[in-house]
Each structure stands twice: as C-alpha cells, then as structure tokens.
Write a protein that binds this ligand. Structure first.
Ligand code: GLP
Length: 244
C-alpha cells in the first residue's frame, strides 16, 4: 500500500495496532506485539502515545517483543534499543514493565544460545505475535537478519553487515564504535506472526524496496522471503515506492 506521505501511513499502521489492542481487551486477552527500532516506526509510536494520552488507549493488556538489540550493549546506553523504546513508547504509556521483552545485550557469550531459545519460547507461550512491525535496512535486512540469513532462522547472535554498521555510524560517532554483532529474532520467528507490516519511507529505501518486492527470492536479500507469506503488507510512502 502506497501512501501520500509517512505521516498518513504511520497513522494507518497505528490504528491497526490500536484495533488489535482494543479487540483483545474486550476479549479479556493479551495483545502480543513484535516491535522494531530505527527511524521508520517512530511516527507509529508517536501516534500510539497520542492515542494513549488523548483517547485512553491502554497498554495494560499488551506484551511486546522487540526484534533485536546490538551485542554487546548496555541497556542504559543511549544507542541501545532499550533506550530507544523507552524514549519513543514505553515511558509514555501504561505498559507493565514485566510485559516488555527486548533481547539482552549484556549476556556472556556462552549463555546467548540458551537465552535465544528461551526468547523464542516466551513468544510461543504468550500465544504468538499478533502483529509484527518491520523496517528494512539497506542490505535488505529485517530485524538484523543480514544477507545469508536462512528463511527458517530463529532468534540468534549474528554478525552485522559492513553497510549496516556504516548506516549506524552516526548514532555511535563513527563506524568503529558500532558493535559488530547483534541478537535478532530470526526470519522464521518473524514469519510466525499473524500479521506483518514492513514500512519504508523516502527515496533512500526505493532500491531495496524494489529488490525486496520484485527481486528473486534469496537469502542475499532476506526481505525477499516475505514474498512467501500471505499475511505481509508493505506500507510505503510515494518515494520508497518510486522504483516499483
Ligand atoms: C536497524 C534495525 C532494523 C531497522 C533498520 C532500518 O538496522 N535493526 O530493525 O529496520 O535499522 O532503520 P531505519 O528505520 O532507521 O531506516
């Protein structure tokens, strides 16, 4: 779906998320959301915060699982995805702390494997993801599933692509400060979500959107695997869609 601009598109996505939260609330159930970081979803989070403040949208029945976190990464660090989520969403709504899940960037390496299996299990135990928010990196990554990622991959420790580290270098004051690794939900984990929305704005994303939507399916561009799934929608602004 192509929208005139990212503001309108973000509002539409936020409305879909709010509808799930309200529907679950009425049924006395938890809404399970898969969340993403990066500049792309900020407008969606802003709109959800506005709905909380002005329309009484409650997050008391919401469980969230974030896609990824840099490794190593301290939660208090301004570059952490924990910091990002607090700043843009969690600190401004009434979500219960115990219902927030973000991969732990502080674990010793030999504990990561088991931790990732538990992260995966926790999503299943919560009833599975009702809705997954995605952005896309210029390498075609979703979450931090870089080129080479398998379509059935699970939550795991990955090595970041050079282009991804270059794109993140501004946040870290130089590429050399960007962690070389991250913990990410796998493509297989993402696929289990009942609804998936991948958002992209601006002409900078147009070439990778073209590859993701029209290119042949391959782990060279992990987002192409989304072509395989029926419950995926690409939500784009005009510029991101300009090469389609
Ligand atoms: C990071 C995140 C991804 C995100 C991507 C794009 O690499 N791990 O989840 O989609 O950046 O970021 P942006 O939305 O800032 O373009």
């Amino acid at each position: 779906t192509v929208f005139e601009n990212k503001e309108i598109a973000s509002r539409k996505v936020a409305e879909r998320i709010a509808a799930i939260i309200r529907r679950k609330q009425e049924a006395g159930e938890m809404a399970v959301l898969g969340l993403a970081t990066g500049a792309t979803p900020i407008g969606v989070y802003e709109e959800l915060v506005r709905m909380h403040k002005e329309e009484g949208l409650s997050f008391q029945n919401v469980i969230t699982f974030n896609l990824d976190e840099y490794y190593p990464m301290k939660p208090k660090s301004v570059q952490s995805y924990v910091y990002f989520m607090k700043e843009h969403l969690f600190d401004h709504v009434d979500i219960k702390k115990e219902n927030i899940n973000i991969p732990d960037g502080t674990l010793p390496k030999d504990e990561i494997h088991d931790y990732c299996l538990r992260y995966e299990q926790k999503i299943t135990d919560a009833g599975g993801l009702d809705f997954q928010v995605l952005g896309i990196g210029r390498t075609g990554h979703i979450g931090f599933n870089e080129p080479g990622s398998a379509p059935n991959s699970g939550t795991r420790l990955v090595t970041l692509d050079d282009l991804t580290r270059r794109d993140a270098s501004r946040d870290f004051g130089g590429k050399e400060n960007v962690p070389t690794k991250a913990i990410t939900m796998g493509i297989g984990t993402i696929f289990k979500a009942r609804e998936i929305v991948l958002m992209a704005w601006s002409g900078k994303k147009a070439p990778i959107i073209k590859k993701a939507v029209e290119g042949s399916m391959s782990s060279d561009v992990p987002a192409t695997f989304l072509q395989n799934s029926e419950n995926v929608e690409f939500v784009l602004d005009k510029d991101a869609a300009s090469e389609l």
